[in-house]
Ligand binder design. Structure first.
Ligand code: NAD
Length: 387
């Protein structure tokens, strides 16, 4: 590829959270330029954002529809669109981008409903365009190393997976004060059927499936809304069963006071276990029976030997921390190389295909809907009795 890929964005306006993370990550490896966008629901703020980013005047659009129409006719049109809007917009924007011939990188959860997710998968398959879904936690090198340790059999058959994602930032009703990120996340019309379970539970479920290589096939869930008057869950607890018979636990919370982004996972197999924490992401602990604990540290040759996928996603030597931005960038690098392969009509490097896509999006939406349905049923509850 003799040029950079050209990125357009929807969302990521002046007060937005994740849009700027996408921009920084996409540009990190010099393969992508951000050249156009409908950055905000408010056209004036979209224009302002364009100015801040030094976007060519006229390419900071009023709406995403205008961006698609005008970019299609340009010789230097954008190649793909990143969608970083609240959830309710993901499906219509992704559908319209694909139908206009643009590859898509979409934020999670992929859509508002499972039915929309299935429809989007059909569109992706029909158009043959590349679709990435930003489950960024699978972009960490030591998560990739963990996946390879499991898939190479070092832990033996997997028996149990425990995954948690506690946060505390929604423990008070800050949406009532108009906090921008809280307002739409707690509104089912903009967020979907899941609150906490959709916002961060999906990351936890995706991480459990990615590292273990297993699929969740049964769920027993208990969703709660602790903050009075909030229409969506702010806490999720769940028993999991996996397709190899393994058992699991998942908990996610946004009312766990004092917790920041404490995503962590424990995988227990017949021969060993592993443990990884997102807040200390350059280290992976691996345990065996009657053996010292092995601490695998990002950037070392033994990690590269075990996991070419981890080595490929490592930029600086050991001891210089890499984290959140780099994990996003790792998904972008693989996404970009896959787009280049499509453009050049060649097979992509198999390692470049290691980024979440439409299938993970469908599974995420199935996870949310199953969690909500399971929680609404009393079928599994046995009253505790001492009589
Ligand atoms: P935000 O409220 O901070 O920002 C949303 C932005 O989208 C705003 O600039 C808003 O004006 C803009 N917008 C809304 N509708 C639009 C439209 N129709 N056209 C153009 N712009 C529009 O939200 P956020 O926290 O950045 O979250 C955005 C998305 O990213 C959500 O789907 C969320 O679930 C996801 N997210 C993912 C991660 C992650 O770690 N992968 C982290 C945070 C958020």
């Amino acid at each position: 590829m003799k040029r950079k890929l050209r990125m357009g964005m929807v969302g990521g306006g002046p007060e937005a959270f994740i849009g700027e993370v996408h921009r920084k990550a996409a540009r990190m490896d010099g393969k992508i330029d951000v050249l156009a966008g409908a950055f905000d629901i408010d056209p004036e703020k979209s224009r302002q954002m364009g100015e801040t980013l030094c976007i060519e005047p006229g390419r900071a659009y009023n709406t995403y529809q205008e961006m698609l129409e005008q970019e299609r006719d340009r010789a230097d049109a954008i190649d793909f669109v990143t969608i970083a809007t609240p959830n309710k917009w993901h499906f219509p924007i992704a559908r319209d981008c694909l139908q206009a011939g643009f590859h898509v990188m979409c934020e999670k959860p992929m859509t508002m409903t499972l039915a929309e997710a299935v429809e989007l998968r059909e569109i992706v398959q029909k158009t043959g365009l590349v679709f990435g879904l930003m489950h960024n936690y699978t972009g960490y090198p030591m998560v990739k190393a963990a996946k390879d340790i499991v898939s190479q059999g070092d832990l033996g058959k997997i028996l149990k997976v425990i995954v948690q994602y506690p946060q505390g930032w929604l423990s008070l009703p800050i949406e009532r004060d108009g906090q921008p990120q809280a307002s739409w996340r707690t509104d089912p019309k903009q967020s979907g059927a899941g609150g906490c379970v959709g916002d961060i539970g999906t990351h936890a479920a995706n991480l459990a499936e990615y590292i273990s290589g297993l699929k969740i096939d049964k769920i027993c869930a208990d969703l709660t809304t602790f903050v009075e008057g909030r229409p969506l869950d702010d806490d999720a607890n769940c028993l999991l069963r996996f397709d190899n018979g393994a058992r699991g636990l998942l908990h996610a919370s946004q009312i766990a006071v004092g917790q920041e982004n404490n995503l962590a996972i424990w995988v227990h197999g017949e021969k060993g276990s592993l443990e990884w924490h997102q807040e200390n992401p350059n280290y992976l602990h691996v345990y065996g029976q009657d053996k010292p604990v092995h601490v695998w540290r990002r950037g070392n040759d033994y990690v590269a030997a075990k996991s070419p996928a981890a080595a490929r996603c490592t930029r600086v030597p050991f001891g210089h921390p890499e984290a959140f931005f780099e994990a996003f960038a790792n998904n972008y690098v693989n996404f970009a190389e896959t787009i280049e392969a499509v453009m050049e009509k060649r097979e992509a490097d198999p390692l470049a295909l290691d980024f979440p896509g439409v299938e993970e999006g469908v599974r995420g939406m199935a996870f949310i809907e199953t969690m909500v349905a399971s929680s609404a049923s009393d079928a599994k509850w046995t009253p505790f009795s001492v009589e």
